[in-house]
Design a binder for this molecule. Structure first.
Ligand SMILES: Nc1ncnc2c1ncn2[C@@H]1O[C@H](COP(=O)(O)OP(=O)(O)OP(=O)(O)O)[C@@H](O)[C@H]1O
Ligand SMILES: [Mg+2]
Length: 256
């Protein structure tokens, strides 16, 4: 279980998240919605350990704030959090010139396969086997194989970048994933393939999913077990998948 308790997040003196309690179980899909600027990406960054976001326990000073399967992770580096099985698919993926997708994925795999093999997720593959595996995954996402030889995200279209985040997810096979607006800017076919892929992995590998979105449409293929609404840094509402449908129709103001 990914467990978050009394999470307070500040940037400098500014409080952005003001006491968040949240759990995501293995295999569970939890959607996070909320108006622009409500703190959704901040929640994602804070869990992943972005150094700009200072986290603390709002009620019990010095106590833990984030745990993965019983292990505290809020006091370790982003790298080690990844090793514990956490993956964040970014709202704005960065480009790295000179590092090809192929080498990036291989390095990522080598670095994380020890952690990944703690669970029966990945047997160690040779480079040749790995390349073949990556090509299969790339095809399954309807992504052009040529992209694997290009610099990471350099000149990639918006949709290609989002698909590449999902390719990383498939390679890394995390225990818990946070998807920050993976659906924004995608065409209908890409949206469907991405959402269905994540839903399949969540089910087969019992991966927990925290999906940040503004729209119900991704949840048509990636069914949310729970929907929570953030506003001004606090959880103001929680419900079933139906809540996302209501928000789509009426917005955030008329959902009382
Ligand atoms: N590094 C930062 N420095 C200063 N303010 C920040 C920083 N990061 C976030 N904020 C502020 O915190 C608030 C929440 O931002 P956040 O990006 O988490 O919102 P969001 O819910 O993801 O919005 P959107 O739906 O537009 O993506 C905003 O007012 C934002 O300006
Ligand atoms: Mg955001």
């Amino acid at each position: 279980m990914l467990k978050i308790k009394n999470l307070l997040v500040k940037v400098g003196e500014k409080v952005i998240l003001n006491g968040i309690d949240l759990t995501v179980k293995s295999g569970e899909v939890v959607a996070v919605m909320g108006p622009n600027g409500s703190g959704k990406s901040t929640l994602a960054y804070a869990i992943a350990g972005h150094p700009k976001y200072q986290t603390s326990n709002k009620k019990e000073k010095n106590n833990w704030i984030i745990k993965i399967d019983g292990e505290r992770i809020d006091d370790i580096s982003p790298d080690l959090r990844a090793k514990e099985g956490l993956f964040l698919a970014n709202q704005y993926p960065v480009a790295i010139f000179g590092l090809t997708v192929n080498s990036f994925l291989w390095q990522m795999y080598k670095k994380n396969r020890i952690a990944a093999s703690k669970t029966p997720r990945n047997d160690a593959m040779s480079l040749v086997e790995f390349r073949k595996y990556v090509e299969e995954l790339t095809n399954s996402l309807n992504l052009n194989l040529d992209l694997l030889k290009r610099s990471l995200n350099d000149g990639f279209s918006g949709g290609e970048k989002k698909k590449l985040e999902i390719l990383q997810l498939l390679v890394f096979c995390p225990k818990y994933v946070i998807l920050d607006e993976i659906d924004s800017g995608l065409d209908v076919d890409a949206l469907k393939v991405i959402a269905q892929t994540v839903a399949k992995v969540a089910k087969e590998k019992k991966m927990g999913v925290l999906v940040i979105t503004h729209y119900n449409r991704i949840l048509k293929y990636l069914k949310a077990d729970r929907v929570i609404v953030l506003e001004k840094g606090k959880i103001v509402k929680s419900g079933t998948g139906k809540l996302a449908e209501e928000i789509e129709v009426s917005g955030y103001k008329n959902n009382d």
